[in-house]
Structure formats: structure tokens, C-alpha cells
Design a protein around this ligand. Sequence first.
Ligand SMILES: Nc1ncnc2c1ncn2[C@@H]1O[C@H](COP(=O)(O)OP(=O)(O)OP(=O)(O)O)[C@@H](O)[C@H]1O
Ligand SMILES: [Mg+2]
Length: 490
Amino acid sequence: MSEPSIPTDAGSKRPDLRDETKSRMSGGSDRDASTKRRTRSVLVVDDDREMCLLIHDAMSRRSYDIAWELDAAAARTTLESQPFDVVVTDIKLGKVNGLALCKHIAESTPDVPVIVITAFGSMKTAVAAIRAGAYDFITKPIDMDALALTLDRAMRYRELQDEVTRLRRQVTGASRFDELIAESLAMKKIYEMIRQVADLDTSVLVTGESGTGKELVARALHNAGSRKDRPFVAINCAAVPPSLLESELFGHVRGAFTDAKTSRTGLFVQADKGTLFLDEIGEMSPEMQVKLLRVLQERKVRPVGGTNEVEFDVRMISATNRDLETEIAEGNFREDFYYRINVVQIHLPPLRSRGNDILLLAQHFIDNTRARTGKNVEGITVEAAQKLLDYDWPGNVRELENCIERAVALTKFEKLVVGDLPEKVRDYESTKLVIGGDDPEQFPTLEELERRYIRRVLEATRGNKAQTARILGMGRRTLYRWLERMDDGS
Ligand SMILES: Nc1ncnc2c1ncn2[C@@H]1O[C@H](COP(=O)(O)OP(=O)(O)OP(=O)(O)O)[C@@H](O)[C@H]1O
Ligand SMILES: [Mg+2]
């Protein structure tokens, strides 16, 4: 995100300083604030100097960096020489119409949101302002709290705009690891882990919800290690009937069973000196687990119907979206086998907890689809980006990929708009705790907030009720009662 190089001393931009002391004091407090948070620079354009001062003082207290100009021409010059995050302009600037300035800014620096000050009750002017490209308007007499809220919203818009632009420029680079794309801290830790274990022969179990990228991680592990020039052999344990899995993995000799017209090398031998990836290992039958455990311990396989054992040297990676510890507790998975395959575990976080990775990946999929289809779509609008960030992505990266491909196919614009997104993404009612709008009528009740918070914690603990109760500081029984009430829809 670009940091505007605004002098923190807001007073230095003043054409005519009436009150030096006051200005220096507020400049000082700005500086303190800006060490805590990023600079938020605003240019105010109003021919009424009193108004400029009022806004300056009120917004500086709210840690905005305010500079001002008294006419449109000066404002244009200032904007050319210095970047601002937001511009606030009166609609009447002496003889000049503020709308013209608004239009100029919207065209020359479309990233900078403009807030227009209009006279109370003149809806027509307000509408004209929005048409001229204004981000929002605010009416006179200015309520400073309302202005601050509008500025906050414009800043958020601005930040998202910057983010979306930045992503358009650099999806690759540092964010890439093999085929994986990510920037979030959680995923950078996964990159680090892959680097650490890639060269070892230890078995790795990759876990995570469906569509989180488990297969890509398995491939990245292979490609980053010394076995990269040897085969990467993958098998989906859920897709092969249990009766065939054994011969698939270990091979068989001719005549081993009715259909065995010729002999066949198993995947363990095919993957020799390389990597064998057992996907959806949670679906493997306990009988097969026993056989595999023996094979892994002895590092030798005997083809079905054969007598000779063949040695192999493979690195084994397995993946599952099941919680194997629960499966063990329920008697569906063998504990001894679990310890064998789970020497190192890499757990992939769900997409909804990866923050702006959502936008980075969206841009990546847009770029891919553009390259493949030649359709001229280059990015995403801020409003659509916000929808993607709000949605909870139960199908994770795969769902996002499908969503973007579909949107690119549908869109009539160069940037994806909200209308291009699937209905469930558009209409998703976020259970996030953030209170979206500023409309007091839309604020949730305490009970609703409590409900959202409980859901949020449950989500974060992946449904672990004991942990949830502990975090919430309530007894487990109380939590159960809450959940029952929530299920009733109350
Ligand atoms: N970090 C990532 N960067 C880029 N593409 C990704 C990333 N993670 C996943 N994908 C893409 O999302 C899709 C799903 O990924 P993958 O098949 O690896 O998920 P999975 O966890 O194995 O899912 P499942 O549990 O359903 O098998 C693939 O098309 C993959 O290319
Ligand atoms: Mg998979």
C-alpha cells in the first residue's frame, strides 16, 4: 500500500496561518498519532476559511492529517504535487462550481475518493455530485462525527482500492511457492514448513478442509526436495474400490485374480526414488491400513498373488480433510497407522482465515482465466472485492476459483462487479463481528452480537465445544443451551 509522503505538520500547507500556536499543537498531536497508525491525509477545499479551520481541528483530533485550499485552482496544483488519500470539497467554491473539481479529480486520480459538501436539502446537487464521480456527499451544517464516519469509510475504500491495484501488479514474486499463491502469515508459515521438511524422507500428513490446497502442498513438497526429478505418483484412495486398492498400490502377478491377464507394477515401485501421494487417506479401510503399515515398516512390497518382495524407496505424503483423531476415537481409523503417516503434519488454514489472500488469489485466477480465454478482464471492483472478503468460502480456494472463472465468463466489464458474483456470495450475511454501516437502525442487539461471537469462536475452534466454552468463559452446559437456542433460530 502506498504511503503518501504528506508532511505530518498539517499547518505547513496553510496559505495563511491565523493561529500559529494552535496549528503547531495540533500538528504535534498528528505526529504522535501517525506513529501509531498510517497517515491518513485529507485535502479540504472550501472558500470559507472558518470552515477549513473547523474541519482541520475536528479531524486532526481524530488523527487525520488535514491540509486545505481555498479555491479550485490552488487545489488542483496541490493535488498535482502531493498525494492525498481523500479530498473533501464544497460544492460552491466562489464563482467556480465544486463539481468541476470533483470531475477533474475523478478523471485524473480515480483512486482518490472525493466527498462533496452540499447545502442541506439539495438532493439534486448531491445526485449530480455522485454522477460527477464523487464517492459520497455530506450536507451542511456539517456534523463533524458524520464527516469522520464518511472519511473513515472513504479511507477504507481507498485502502481496498490500493490493495486491489497492488494485487493487479504483482500476483507473482514473493507470494508464490511452486503452484501455491499466498501472502498471509498463516500460509507463509506453511511455506516455511514445506522448505524445512522437503528434503527429508519423513512421512507428511497434509490436513485441511476441502479445497484448501492439500494436493498443491504435496506437489510443492516433492518439487522442493531432492526427489524432484523422480516421479510424483498420486492416488485417490476414495476413488479406487477397496478390492482394487491393494493391487493398485502393490501391483499383482499374472493370474492373481480373474481379471489379472498380465502382471502389473504397483504404485510403490512406480514411485521408486520419488514421492507417493495418498490422497483422501481417511477413506482407506482398516484392513488396507494394516497391510500398508506392514509395507511401510519393512520398506518392501509383495505384489498380489506373488511370492517375491520388491524393495522400494519412496517418500510418502498423505492427505485428508477428515479429523483423523476423531476417526480413531470412533474406531474408523487405526492409531498405529496414524502415527506412521503423521510424522510431520501440515495443517492448511481455511481460506476465510487468510485475510487478503482471498483477493490475491482472485486476481491470480482472473489472470489465469484471461490468459486462457483471452477475455479482457483485468481486475475487480472494490465493491466486489469487499463481497469476496465478507463471504466465508466453505469450499475454500476451489470454490473461489470456480466463482472467479464463472464471473469472468459472465462479465461485460473490465473489472468484475458485484453482479458477476454468485448469489450466495453477493447476499452472504456475514457473521463477522464488524458492524458494517453507520445506520444506527442496522446495529445488532447485544444478544445478536453474542450469537455472532459464539458462532465466530466455534468457527475458529473448528467446532470444538470444550475449547469454545473455555474461550467464552462459560460452562460447557451453558454453551450447549445457547447452541440449542441458536438452532431453534431464536
Ligand atoms: N494457495 C493456492 N494458490 C493457488 N491455487 C490454489 C491454492 N490452493 C488451492 N489452489 C487451487 O484450488 C484448487 C483446489 O486445490 P487442491 O486440489 O490442492 O485442494 P485439496 O485441499 O486437495 O481439496 P480436496 O480436499 O477437495 O481434495 C486447485 O485448483 C488448486 O490449484
Ligand atoms: Mg485434494
